[in-house]
Structures are given as C-alpha cells and as structure tokens.
Write a new protein. Structure first.
Length: 576
C-alpha cells in the first residue's frame, strides 16, 4: 500500500500545482486585460451589427427595385409614354398594377412615373417640388438616371408634401423596345423605414447609428434626426477617412466614444456607429469582481478535483486499459511493462500471458482454416478427375469396338496430355492459354467420340491469355454441354466459348444449343449437387473457396433452348 500512497501524494500535489498555476496566470491576465477584451468584444459586435444593417437595407431596397423593374418594362406604360395611347384609357390598369405590387410590402412608398420632360403621368402621392427643379436643371437623381441604364439609389434628404422625411430616391429611366429614353420611374424611401431596419438589430439600441453618403453628409441618424443633412463632425470624419479599426474620440466634456464604421460598396454608403465607453467602464469593475470570485471558486474546485483524480485514477491502470483496448481492436502483439511488484504487477503478468495464449490460439485457428481450405480444394479437384477419366475411357472402348481405326491413337494422345496436366497437383493455377490447350485436347477427343456431332467457336481476348486461373474450371462446363446438352438433340450442336475482361473481373461464357434444363434440373445442378451435373457444382465451389462468395458461376438455361454458363473471376487475385 505504500507505493500506492506515495503515487497518490505525488499525483495530488501535481494536480494541485497544474490547476493553481494556470489559474493564477489567467486571473492576472484577465484582471489586466478585461477592459481591452470587453472593448474588443463591443467593437466586434458593433461591426457585425453594421454589416447586418447594410445587408438588411440592401435586401429591403431590392424589393422595391423589383417593382421598378417590372413597371419599367410594362407594355401599356410604354404605349402611354410613346404617345400611342391616351393615359386616361389605361390609367386604371397602371394604377391597379402599381397598387398590386405594393400590396405585399410593409411600407407603401410613393411611386412616380414621369415622361421624358418630367411631367408626372402617374403618382401615388403628390410629387415633391424638388423633382421639378432637379429635372429642369438635370440635377440629383435625374442626372444619375441619365448616366446609367440600371436602377440608381440617390441619397437625398427632404420632406415631402405629406410632411414625411425622405432619405433615398430610387429610380430608373424607362427605355422602349428600341432603347429610346421615354420616361422615368421613381420611388421615395422614407426615413422611418431605414430607422426601423437599424433598430431591428438588437445591439443597435446600445449604438448611435448614422448612415452617410459618399461625401460624408449624414443621411440618417437613428437617435439624433436633427443632425441629418449636416456634414459629419471633423473628428469622426477623419476616423472614417483613415478607416482605422477603432477610434476613441473625446467630445468636450462628454463621455468618450468608440467609433465603428463600415462602408458597403454596392450601395456606396458608409454606416457609422458610436458606442459610449461608459458601458465599458461600468462593466469593467463588475468583470473584475466576477473574475476574482471565479478564481476563488475554481481554486476550491481544482483542489477537490485533484484529490479525487489522484485517488481514483493512477497511471498504470490507464496503461492497462489502453492495452486492453488495443487487444479488442485486434492487436495481439501488445505487451504491458509496468515494472511493479504489487497486485498491478500480477495483473500485468496475467494480462501478458493471456495475450500470448490468445495469439497462439488465433494463429492455430488460422493455420487450421488454411489447411482445411486447401484440403477442400484438393477434394473438389479429385471429384472431377475420376468422372472425366471414366467418360474418356468409355469413349476409347466404344470407338475400339465399333471402328477399329486410327482415332484410337488420337484419343490416347489427347487423353495422355489431359491426364498429365490434371494429375499434376503441384500447380493449382494455369494460364488462360494453358487451360485453352486442355480444352482443345478434350474437344478433339469428344469430336471423335460424337462423330463431329457438334462444332465449336472459341473467342478469347488476347489481353487475358497470360492471366492465371484455377486448373480445370472450364473443362467440366464444356463436358457438361457436350455430354448432357448434345446427347438428346437431332440437329448439329454448336458450342461457343468466350473470354474477356471488364474492369477488374475476367468473364468466361460457355453457350450451347443443346437440350437445356428445366427449373428443377437447374436448381439441382448448382444447389443440390446432383450426380448429373457434379462438374458445375464443383467448379462453383472451387471458385468460391479461392475468391469468395461474390464470384463463381451463373447458369441461364431453358428446356430445348440451350444453356449459357457465365464464370466470374477477379483479376486482382491473379495467382501464380
């Protein structure tokens, strides 16, 4: 127990020091930098708010740009502006279209449609006098529209006939189908809508937000409307012009402000926000108190947690657990070395002994499975050889009895070649070319036996001739086609053998026009290991043993229509 106690004391002291030292450092830094961190946080939040305000304004204005685009392309409006029809004939239709487009909008801003000379053809509110003066002198928004075929946003502050403050004029010159200028369409954007967008951002309540045009005139001041239309204060203007990240400006005896600005190029507007720094000063003392209180609480928790962790979590146990996890993942070479003489040392020895025994057991199992697989393959090969040898000897016997001619020599020669290759167990795999030679030997024998009752067509891509495949997987299928397929047909049989590669798979296809199989025979041939089609079953099982269940043979057959056998072998498992 003494080693454990000693380890516990060391761990306890280490954990307490690890907990206290960073805590003291962080407390000192937090106490020193709290004001700066808070100022940076306020700046970042204010900057993000300005970006949101500008994007919200753009989204808001895009809704009214859509109205201008739709009306500027209106066919009936073009006819009125071209003088082809009278306004009175289509006034109701134009009015209905404008009010329909405004119906879904929260703000029903005034819409004005003017002819080329500036005469108001249609207006939802009395047109301000400022537009009459501006078009007369080609000034303001009219000059902007003349120089631009797209929609223009012109910042200008004035009070309309209804006593409402307007901060933007949005307009576009109207072109006919030939590109001729025939009129204008203008929408006034009121101040209250822009202020509502500014106030919709929650943090804007702590900010004083101003929107400036490109010449630094104040278009909108959310909190101080009396400043609108004035040139921006000199200190603020210098800060915006220099585009400094943050500026602290002292305005007389007033509280210093943090200035944040953001220029939104698509609208050519600059949004400026000022934040009174007394917010930082008020919160700074609170933050300091909270930091000290948090430090004290964290210190207590650090000591308590260090005690618990040191008592219940010791390093040797963690090492054993990590080693056990590796064993669970399949790593049987892992060995634990704790160098201990206590119970943990005994646990270490037991663990290492268990892993060694488990590895030996796993190696024995794998070796047994490998030898079993080889034995199964040998047995399957042995099943095919006597079956074929019997048929060949039967052919020799009948030819000798019936013909007494030289064919016996040919059969004996081809049979000898076949037997030498099939009996040789040292080579489980032959090239496709060598397998074809065996097939040709076999076909020579069978053609003599069946008196040329069938013909053969062999089409093997040269690309696959040097690939290695298991020995005697094609011959049993060819034998099945001849012996079972052509025996009961009156016409001359045709046997087609194809071979090719697609992606990473070699395909062999053996087709015959023999008697075929019904569904019951087809089921027995590949599943029930019938005596009639032992070759098909054995070939399929051998391929699956070599390459896995995804490969083997597929049989397509109909009674009296022939049989098609497809063999699939992976290229990536090209044995030699």
């Amino acid at each position: 127990m003494k080693p454990h106690k000693h380890l516990f004391n060391k761990l306890l002291l280490s954990f307490i020091l690890i907990g206290i030292i960073p805590l003291l450092v962080l407390t000192l830094l937090g106490y020193t930098l709290s004001s700066k961190i808070l100022q940076d946080a306020i700046y970042d939040e204010a900057h993000d708010s300005l970006i949101k305000i500008n994007k919200n304004i753009e989204t808001f204005l895009n809704e009214y740009k859509t109205i201008i685009n739709i009306m500027s392309k209106d066919y009936e409006l073009h006819k009125i502006l071209d003088g082809k029809v009278l306004l009175e004939d289509y006034y109701y239709e134009i009015n209905e279209k404008v009010y329909f487009l405004l119906a879904s909008k929260e703000y029903k801003f005034p819409v004005y449609i003017l002819d080329r000379e500036g005469n108001a053809l249609f207006e939802t509110s009395p047109m301000p006098d400022i537009y009459n003066n501006n078009i007369k002198h080609s000034w303001g928004i009219f000059r902007e529209m003349e120089d631009n075929d797209n929609i223009v946003l012109y910042p200008e502050r004035f009070t309309n006939q209804m006593g409402e403050a307007v901060v933007f004029s949005m307009g576009k010159k109207i072109l006919d189908v030939n590109g001729n200028h025939i009129g204008y369409i203008i929408i006034d954007i009121k101040r209250n809508a822009i202020v509502d967008i500014i106030n919709s951002i929650g943090t804007s309540k702590l900010l004083n937000v101003m929107i400036l045009n490109e010449f630094h005139y104040i278009i909108t001041d959310a909190n101080y409307p009396e400043n609108e239309g004035l040139f921006l204060n000199g200190e603020y203007r210098n800060a915006v012009l220099e585009n400094r990240k943050k500026i602290y400006v002292e305005e007389g005896n007033r509280t210093p402000n943090l200035i944040v600005n953001y220029t939104y190029e698509p609208l050519r507007l600059t949004t400026v926000a000022t934040v009174p720094l007394n917010i930082v000063q008020k919160n700074n003392s609170n933050i300091k108190r909270k930091i000290l209180l948090s430090c004290l609480i964290c210190l207590i928790f650090a000591i308590l947690i260090s005690f618990i962790v040191a008592k219940y979590m010791v390093r040797p146990i963690k090492k054993l657990v990590a080693s056990m996890k590796k064993v669970e993942e399949g790593n049987l070479t892992i060995q634990v070395n704790l160098n201990r003489n206590d119970e943990l040392g005994m646990l270490e020895n037991s663990f290492n002994h268990m892993v060694n025994r488990l590895k030996e057991s796993m190696d024995n199992t794998i070796d047994k499975q490998k030898r079993l697989r080889i034995a199964e393959i040998k047995i399957l090969q042995a099943q095919i050889k006597p079956h074929f040898l019997y048929n060949t000897l039967d052919a020799i016997k009948w030819i000798a009895k019936l013909n007494n001619v030289k064919e016996i020599s040919i059969i004996a020669t081809q049979l000898g070649s076949l037997l030498r290759n099939s009996i040789n167990c040292n080579r489980e795999f032959l090239t496709v070319k060598e397998n074809l030679n065996l097939i040709n030997n076999y076909l020579e024998i069978q053609k003599i036996r069946y008196n040329n009752k069938f013909s053969t067509k062999i089409n093997i891509d040269e690309e696959i001739l040097q690939y290695h495949i298991p020995k005697l997987i094609l011959q049993p299928i060819v034998e099945n086609s001849i012996v079972h397929g052509f025996d009961n047909i009156d016409d001359k049989g045709t046997l087609i053998i194809k071979g090719y590669k697609r992606k990473d798979i070699i395909y062999f296809i053996i087709i015959d026009n023999g008697i075929g199989m019904n569904e019951e025979e087809l089921d027995r041939a590949i599943i029930k290991k019938s005596d009639e089609h032992v070759g098909l079953y054995n070939v399929d099982q051998r391929i699956k043993l070599y390459y896995g269940e995804d490969y083997g043979i597929n049989i397509l057959s109909k009674f009296r229509e022939g049989t098609k056998v497809i063999i699939q072998i992976p290229v990536k498992c090209d044995y030699k």
